[in-house]
Design a protein around this ligand. Structure first.
Ligand SMILES: [Zn+2]
Length: 111
């Protein structure tokens, strides 16, 4: 889809990779939350530097999950995009990755 490819063209390779196969999280620390019996686990993506914060209650259940995305990671949609129901699909990301590889795509010869 042309619209989707136009949107993805400027995205950094690392961001495209994480959109395609998800973030690779590394645990950065677990912290007590002052004044509560809850705690926060902080994770960082080893590919794109996205950060994830999982907040747990005293019952060890996740209460909230937040992300801090690096600048340029998120794709914004205009009002026009929303009206037309435009959303980036995983297939769009796959197409962009293959386009970037182009002629460099090696030929599969089996395992
Ligand atoms: Zn990532």
């Amino acid at each position: 889809m042309k619209w989707a490819q136009d949107r993805l063209e400027g995205l950094e390779d690392e961001f495209l990779e994480c959109r395609w196969i998800k973030h690779r999280w590394v645990k950065l620390g677990i912290y007590a939350v002052p004044g509560t019996r809850g705690f926060i686990a902080k994770f960082g993506c080893s590919v794109c530097d996205c950060e994830r914060y999982d907040e747990f209650g005293s019952d060890f259940e996740i209460v909230r999950r937040r992300y801090k995305h690096p600048s340029g990671y998120l794709v914004t949609y205009s009002e026009h995009d929303r009206e037309k129901g435009r959303r980036l699909r995983r297939a769009d990301v796959t197409e962009q990755i293959v386009r970037r590889l182009g002629a460099k795509l090696p030929v599969w010869r089996g395992d």
